[in-house]
Design a protein around this ligand. Structure first.
Ligand code: COA
Length: 188
């Protein structure tokens, strides 16, 4: 398992990633550094309206409802997760497995809940599932201007592998292609 190390997260339940699908269906509780409890669980269709609301706050070119539904019902192996505090969705993560790779497609935290360690928790959880599934590399794209997200990914050992020019259609911004290859070592 990737260790929690300096992440200010406490696992409330016994966590064994060999049963991650089952656990996610039940929901797993974590305690954040501010004392709030967050439930991480499988995303369901009913979550999508709240997720789209967060998406619009988080991104200048938000995904549509259809894009979320596509990844939610992706016909191959995926990891799609919602995070809930006091019955309110505050975060989500969508990723798919491709052979021995995990591709992170989307992650956001509600603006009112940022800077509490939730991004850390989501990436940490995703990497542990990837490790459990035998993934060797995790890939993602991020806007070159998105310093917060780049900092989050670097914290977990992601490196910039390349640049996709004019990747984002709304303003032709470039994307960094980032990857984390060195499973199972969590770099800090
Ligand atoms: C990126 C994002 C998911 C981080 O979520 P978060 O819950 O606020 O992050 P955390 O509190 O867990 O912080 C984890 C790390 O992220 C980075 N980070 C988060 N907010 C940051 C900020 N305002 N400035 C610089 N780094 C920041 C830091 O590396 C931080 O680690 P640290 O606390 O040890 O410095 C959140 O800012 C977000 O939803 N942004 C909009 C959506 C987005 O950009 N998604 C990524 C698309 S590729």
């Amino acid at each position: 398992m990737f260790e929690l190390n300096d992440l200010d997260i406490v696992v409330e339940d016994n966590l064994d990633f060999s049963n991650w699908r089952h656990d996610l269906r039940q929901g797993i509780e974590f305690r954040l550094k501010d004392g709030n409890r967050i439930l991480i669980r499988s995303m369901i269709l009913n979550d999508i309206p709240d997720i789209v609301d967060i998406e619009k706050m988080a991104f200048e070119d938000p995904w549509t409802e259809e894009a979320f539904i596509y990844d939610l019902f992706y016909p191959y192996k995926n990891l799609v997760v919602s995070g809930v505090i006091s019955q309110k969705i505050v975060t989500y993560l969508l990723s798919i497995f491709v052979a021995d790779e995990l591709h992170l497609h989307n992650i956001a935290v509600h603006p009112d809940f940022q800077r509490k360690g939730i991004g850390d928790l989501m990436i940490w959880y995703m990497l542990n599932v990837a490790l459990q599934e035998g993934s060797r590399t995790c890939y993602l794209e991020v806007r070159v201007s998105n310093k917060r997200a780049i900092s989050l990914y670097k914290k977990f050992g992601f490196e910039i592998m390349g640049r996709r020019y004019n990747y984002y259609q709304n303003n032709n911004e470039d994307a960094f292609l980032m990857s984390k290859k060195d499973f199972p070592n969590l770099e800090n």
